[in-house]
Design a protein around this ligand. Structure first.
Ligand SMILES: NC(=O)c1ccc[n+]([C@@H]2O[C@H](COP(=O)([O-])OP(=O)(O)OC[C@H]3O[C@@H](n4cnc5c(N)ncnc54)[C@H](OP(=O)(O)O)[C@@H]3O)[C@@H](O)[C@H]2O)c1
Length: 323
């Protein structure tokens, strides 16, 4: 251990030979990834390696997840760092072209840990920072309408004050959630459940597409403050058609009520099952759906074509691949 962090595999800092560099003559960029033991962060690290980047994953001390061995096998450098130790984080960020955060959590993560990471990136002279936003367009949502997205907006204000170039990737809802976690396509009763209008367009992107796009953006020094992507923008009627096509069965629509009723249910659920320390309690998912059904966070334009090598996965494909 030195200075509060531990380099568990110094050899892994060095890029593997014969890696496929996007620009053969350019030296490989070093990208720091926080949250690489998580679902999205792991895939971002993988996609960065595919693009020839040197990847440094910052992990909490004592993390024994199998993801770490897998990252190491892929040539990712693993650094154990205390996310409260800005000096250690600064050392860990040295020489990087971009810091990517795919951390997930509440205030102590999205505000506290990410602020330490931001301070470290600035202190280390890293030119670019990608925060863990990965959501619907919270810049258009009123304060108080979604707890988790309020935290991202609050961190965004800090980011905008910092002397570093920031890029947020906004991807709508993870499309993968449609096969289970998000109660929209109800396979057992063959219904598509919704609130409000069946004609409201909703943005969806797979976790894999989001990771590929984020990796490309991390290696692109010309990115703007926000990039918006959607593998598919679909209404409830479109989801119904996708479910029919994917399963060969006929799905109906089930309108649970107006948006006012969903808002009321959120309030009641939050009162009865507050779970204040859960990142995604049921009422949080309901807030997300409510936001989407209002149409407010709908993307006005998309940056999908920025990296033409990405093939966008459709809702039908995701539903068809469901086990
Ligand atoms: N748009 C959508 O529909 C949607 C859906 C889901 C997630 N997301 C977003 O995608 C991003 C990544 O989420 P995910 O699902 O990949 O998360 P995840 O699988 O839960 O992974 C979270 C990562 O954050 C790390 N972490 C958590 N608390 C930490 C702390 N206090 N200090 C340091 N590291 C910490 C975890 O490390 P350990 O291994 O040490 O625990 C892990 O690497 C988040 O912004 C999340 O909100 C978006």
């Amino acid at each position: 251990m030195t200075n509060g962090f531990c380099v568990t595999s110094a050899a892994n800092y060095h890029i593997l030979e014969n890696t496929d560099l996007t620009t053969p003559s350019a030296p490989p960029a070093t990208i720091v990834v926080a949250g690489a033991t998580g679902d999205l962060g792991f895939r971002i690290a993988q996609e960065l390696r595919k693009r020839g980047a040197i990847v440094r994953a910052l992990v909490r001390p004592g993390n024994t997840k199998p993801a770490i061995a897998s990252l190491r096998e892929q040539g990712v450098g693993i650094l154990e760092v205390d996310f409260n130790d800005v000096a250690a984080l600064t050392y860990a960020c040295a020489g990087a072209a971009c810091v990517v955060s795919a951390l997930s959590g509440l205030r102590e993560v999205i505000i506290d840990a990410q602020t330490h990471l931001l301070d470290a990136a600035v202190a280390a002279g890293v030119p670019r920072f990608i925060p863990s936003d990965f959501s619907i367009d919270f810049t258009k949502l009123p304060e108080g309408s979604n707890r988790n997205l309020d935290l991202r907006r609050e961190f965004g204000h800090r980011l905008d004050q910092a002397p570093i170039r920031a890029t947020s990737i906004l991807n709508g809802m993870f499309m993968d959630l449609l096969t289970g976690q998000a109660p929209v396509v109800l396979f057992k009763i063959r219904r598509v459940l919704y609130w409000g209008s069946a004609d409201q367009p909703l943005d969806f992107t797979t976790i894999a597409n989001t990771a590929a796009f984020t990796a490309a953006a991390a290696l692109d020094a010309t990115t703007p403050r926000y990039l918006r992507i959607a593998g598919e923008t679909a209404t409830i009627r479109d989801l119904q058609a996708a479910a029919n096509a994917a399963t060969g069965q006929r799905f109906g629509r089930l309108r649970a009520g107006g948006l006012w009723l969903l808002r009321l249910l959120i309030r009641v659920t939050r009162r009865l099952m507050p779970a204040p320390n859960d990142v995604f309690p049921p009422w949080q998912g309901m807030q997300y759906l409510h936001n989407m059904f209002t149409g407010l966070p709908k993307f006005a334009s998309l940056d999908n074509n920025r990296y033409p090598e990405i093939n966008w996965t459709s809702v039908r494909e995701v539903l068809a691949a469901r086990q």
